[in-house]
Design a protein around this ligand. Structure first.
Ligand SMILES: Nc1ncnc2c1ncn2[C@@H]1O[C@H](COP(=O)(O)OP(=O)(O)OP(=O)(O)O)[C@@H](O)[C@H]1O
Ligand SMILES: O=C(O)c1ccc[n+]([C@@H]2O[C@H](COP(=O)([O-])O)[C@@H](O)[C@H]2O)c1
Length: 222
């Protein structure tokens, strides 16, 4: 039987928005994923702490955006004590040896991927799929990381049909661009995080059960 295939979308989710949901569903369909896990980051090492809402509010916004979709929301980096993606991915591979993972990110992140800790180590740990994002595709394709990654490019259809996923592999996913961003939401609604201090009980329950999700798959998606 084929291993379950999981897409990992790490992010600040400050807050989560419909763009996250759409790119996740698109990647799941195009790459034949069983699930997408959203890794809500305790703190992106390259982003300032100022303006970053508390982790609980960001997780709750993610749970809301992920509802009724094959998306699991987790704050597993808090549990693992990892801050850098390379460390998180190695820990996940150790913890879930029976899964196959692909790292998902928008083109804005590929443009600055060469600034991440041991980015080649990330690319060797698992395949990467990059989703087009309005305004960033030019910079992503001209980026230092792309200069190294392009020799490992694989068409999405070929990648999907491969029996085993090997790394490094890079899949670039084009679809009609989604202009939504957390920056735009924060600008329009600076108080968004305050509303999540009064979330309905069901969401609070789900939030408390996030650690079990990451520990042992005992919890259904919200
Ligand atoms: N509209 C989008 N199109 C493609 N990728 C996206 C889009 N929105 C977010 N992403 C990707 O989702 C991941 C998490 O994004 P993040 O939580 O930082 O949201 P964001 O909208 O980029 O936030 P901000 O505007 O605060 O930088 C990143 O890999 C990012 O590139
Ligand atoms: O490991 C790094 O050096 C690194 C540097 C920048 C960003 N990241 C990760 O990239 C993901 C996307 O972050 P963000 O803030 O753009 O949503 C998130 O999981 C971050 O932890 C990781």
């Amino acid at each position: 039987m084929r291993a379950r295939r999981i897409g990992l979308l790490g992010g600040s989710f400050n807050p989560a928005h419909g763009g996250h949901r759409r790119i996740s569903l698109f990647a799941a369909e195009t790459l034949g994923l069983d699930e997408v896990w959203w890794l809500v980051s305790p703190g992106n090492p390259l982003k300032p702490r100022a303006g970053m809402a508390p982790l609980a509010a960001r997780v709750k916004s993610a749970i809301r955006q992920a509802r009724r979709a094959p998306i699991r929301v987790t704050a597993i980096e808090r549990e693992l004590g990892t801050r850098y993606t390379v460390d998180t991915l190695r820990a996940l591979i150790r913890r879930y040896p029976d899964r196959e993972f692909v790292w998902l990110m928008g083109a804005d992140n590929l443009a600055q991927f060469h600034q991440w800790k041991d980015w080649r180590g990330i690319a060797r740990a698992m395949p990467i799929a990059v989703i087009a994002r309005p305004g960033y595709d030019g910079a992503a394709f001209a980026s230092p990381a792309m200069a190294w990654l392009r020799r490992h490019r694989v068409e999405a259809a070929e990648f999907r049909n491969r029996g085993d996923w090997s790394a490094p592999s890079l899949v670039t996913l084009r679809f009609d661009p989604d202009p939504r961003s957390a920056t735009a939401i924060r600008r329009a609604d600076p108080e968004w995080a305050g509303r999540y201090s009064q979330v309905p009980p069901r969401d609070q329950l789900t939030f408390r059960r996030i650690v079990p999700i990451s520990r042992g798959e005992r919890v259904q998606a919200p």
